[in-house]
Every structure is written in structure tokens, then in C-alpha cells.
Design a protein around this ligand. Structure first.
Ligand SMILES: Cc1ncc(COP(=O)(O)O)c(C=O)c1O
Length: 341
């Protein structure tokens, strides 16, 4: 029976009744994936020597299912998550799986948890889906595991940042990823380094950190779980280039909208914190969970810089457009929305 989930109370955290929900799991043993199955949400038995616990061989994805205004359960560009999962797997020597297996599992997990999809008309709440793949073989020497678990769990969620939709970010001389490393994969090993900086930024009154490039320590890479954009004084929309950052699906969608719907000039190039502070009219971050969240201030070199000279107008415009497409309130010119059958 459909749960009555109060969207106003949902935050971006694991649902307290997750144990009443279903999860998907599939094992890779003896060189092949099994069929996979929907099971009750449960703890995972792992050897203390499991590869993921000792050497961090694990990847994940983040996607969301929600009701559109047409009353359909939909997903946003799930094929892109399947592709990124495959690329992340390759980078960490995790065995691949067909896109059909990934997509089938995603559809199954949504259907199995259909009663937990929040009903919300502004797109801020959804059923967040977390596909994960981890090396589970017990081992001691450093090498890729021979056994894996691919699972997906789900949780009704609200906004990633607080409900206001505006954040203060602290630019810090801290690197999340290095060239030729794993920054462009959604690998679990990329996230522990962000925990202390984020904790310290929050203690200082910020919401998150802007990580900088590892060579000059002055160019913006991305926030903890979102990509960065700045509208410059000449009207161009600038975002850091791919390479060490996560190739966000929302990032790519925003670039398409800005270029093709609003005929804006979009530049993917190095963007220093100093340039943003002196030239940006408006900044925002993008992500499946963050959607499009405006940035009011950036802390840098001991000072707080207000960078909202445009009343968040572009972020609002792009947010409305993206959400309207996602919720099927408007036509879907790029064919991004998939109905769960
Ligand atoms: C480090 C990082 N950057 C960017 C993003 C945004 O990516 P997407 O738009 O695909 O959710 C995420 C979230 O998944 C992330 O973890």
C-alpha cells in the first residue's frame, strides 16, 4: 500500500523505514554474474578481509525515480548512469555487466518499492536509487577481487542541501582527485578525503567545500557531490572541464539546456576562484541530488565573497526548465525521461 510520505519532512538521508523496503542483489562468482533478485532490505555478510573493506574496490551511482505530473513513474537519463557505472567498473577492474542487466535491475527496484515513491509536485523529493558494486572476495595482497556483489537499495529523499536551495561554499586548497586518477569515476575511494574538509566547512558556517585542482591549487574542480557553474560578466556560462571531475549527468543536461534552449555560450575551461570572485554574476552547483542549487557566497583566503550579483536568475530559469522536463510538465526535447513500465 502506498505510504503517505510527508515531503516537507524528507531530507537527503536514509529513510528510517528502509528495513521495510526491498533491495536488488546479484553476485559475481566463478567468473559470471548470476541472474539477480529482489530481496528484503538486509545487512550484507562480509569477510573482514573483503577487498572493499581493506582496499576500497567499490563503485556506485546515484539516480532518482519520481512521479511525473502525468502520474507516471519516471527516471531521468538512466542510460547515462548505466554507462558511467560501466566506466567506473572498468577503471577499478570490476567486471562489467550489460546495460540491460543494469537497467533491468533499476526498473525492478523501482517497481518493488513503488509504495515508497514520494508524491511531490515541485521535483524536490524522489525515490533515490543507489546502485553499488563491491569486491567481496576475502584477500590479503593488493589485487582485484574475483568475487563481487552488485546491489541497489532505495530511499525516499528530500533536497540534498537544506530547503532554501542556496548554499555557501568554502573554496579550499584541497584536492579530491589527481590527473590520471579516479576522479572521473564514481568510486568509493574518492569520497573519504572530502569528509574532514566538509566537516570543518560546516563548523565554519558553510554547506560544502569547493575542491581545487591538484597542480596549481587555484582552479575550481567541483563541490563534494555536485559540479560547479559560473555565469560570467560577458554572459558566458563557464564550467570546469572534464578530466579529474565526475562527469555529472546534470552538468551535461544543464550544458545542453543553456546551449540549445537559451542559446548561451558555454565554456568548459579552467576557472580560478579569483576569476569567479571578480567576474562571476552568479554561480550554482548541479547534481542528481543537488538538482541546481544557487551559491550565495564563496569563502576564499579567509574572506567571504558574495557572488550573487544576478539574484539567482539563471539558476532559477534552468531549474524550472530542468524540473519541468523531468516532471513531464513540458515537452522533452532531448528525450531524457524514461517511464518505468
Ligand atoms: C563528486 C560528484 N560530482 C558531481 C556529481 C553530480 O553528478 P550527477 O549530476 O550525475 O548526479 C556527483 C553526484 O553524483 C558527485 O558525487
Amino acid at each position: 500500500m502506498a505510504r503517505s510520505i510527508d515531503c516537507n519532512k524528507l531530507t537527503f538521508s536514509l529513510y528510517p523505514h528502509a528495513h521495510e523496503m526491498k533491495m536488488y542483489e546479484s553476485y559475481y562468482l566463478n567468473g559470471k554474474w548470476d541472474k539477480g533478485a529482489i530481496v528484503d532490505f538486509h545487512d550484507i555478510p562480509l569477510s573482514p578481509a573483503a577487498n572493499v573493506l581493506n582496499y576500497g574496490q567499490g563503485i556506485f551511482e546515484g539516480m532518482k525515480a519520481y512521479y511525473s505530473v502525468k502520474g507516471k513513474v519516471v527516471l531521468f537519463r538512466p542510460e547515462e548512469n548505466a554507462k558511467r557505472f560501466e566506466k567506473s567498473a572498468y577503471k577499478l577492474a570490476i567486471p562489467g555487466m550489460t546495460a540491460d542487466k543494469f537497467m533491468g535491475a533499476v526498473q525492478d527496484i523501482v517497481k518493488a518499492n513503488i509504495d515508497f515513491i514520494p508524491q511531490c509536485d515541485d521535483g524536490r523529493c524522489s525515490l533515490y536509487l543507489r546502485p553499488v558494486c563491491i569486491g567481496i572476495e576475502p584477500l590479503l595482497g593488493v589485487r582485484a577481487a574475483k568475487e563481487y556483489l552488485f546491489y541497489i537499495f532505495a530511499s525516499p529523499v528530500g533536497p540534498y542541501f537544506d530547503k532554501v536551495g542556496i548554499v555557501k561554499l568554502l573554496a579550499r586548497n584541497i584536492n579530491r582527485a589527481s590527473p590520471h586518477g579516479t576522479g572521473d569515476a564514481k568510486a568509493v575511494c574518492n569520497y573519504p578525503v572530502t569528509m574532514r574538509p566538509k566537516q570543518e566547512a560546516i563548523a565554519d558556517g558553510y554547506n560544502d567545500v569547493i575542491y581545487l585542482d591538484p597542480i596549481k591549487n587555484q582552479y575550481i574542480e567541483e563541490a563534494g557531490a555536485a559540479n560547479f557553474f559560473a555565469l560570467m560578466d560577458n554572459g558566458s556560462l563557464v564550467t570546469p572541464p572534464l578530466g579529474t571531475i565526475l562527469p555529472g549527468i546534470t552538468r551535461e543536461s544543464v550544458i545542453e539546456l543553456a546551449k540549445k534552449i537559451y542559446q548561451m555560450k558555454v565554456e568548459e575551461r579552467d576557472l580560478s576562484v579569483d576569476e569567479v570572485i571578480s567576474r562571476a554574476r552568479e554561480c550554482f552547483v548541479t547534481g542528481t541530488a543537488a538538482i541546481i542549487t544557487s551559491v550565495s557566497d564563496i569563502g576564499w583566503n579567509g574572506k567571504i565573497h558574495n557572488i550573487n550579483r544576478n539574484q539567482y536568475q539563471l539558476a532559477h530559469q534552468l531549474y524550472e526548465k530542468l524540473i519541468n522536463i523531468q516532471l513531464q510538465k513540458e515537452s522533452d526535447p532531448f528525450n531524457w525521461v524514461r517511464v518505468v513500465q
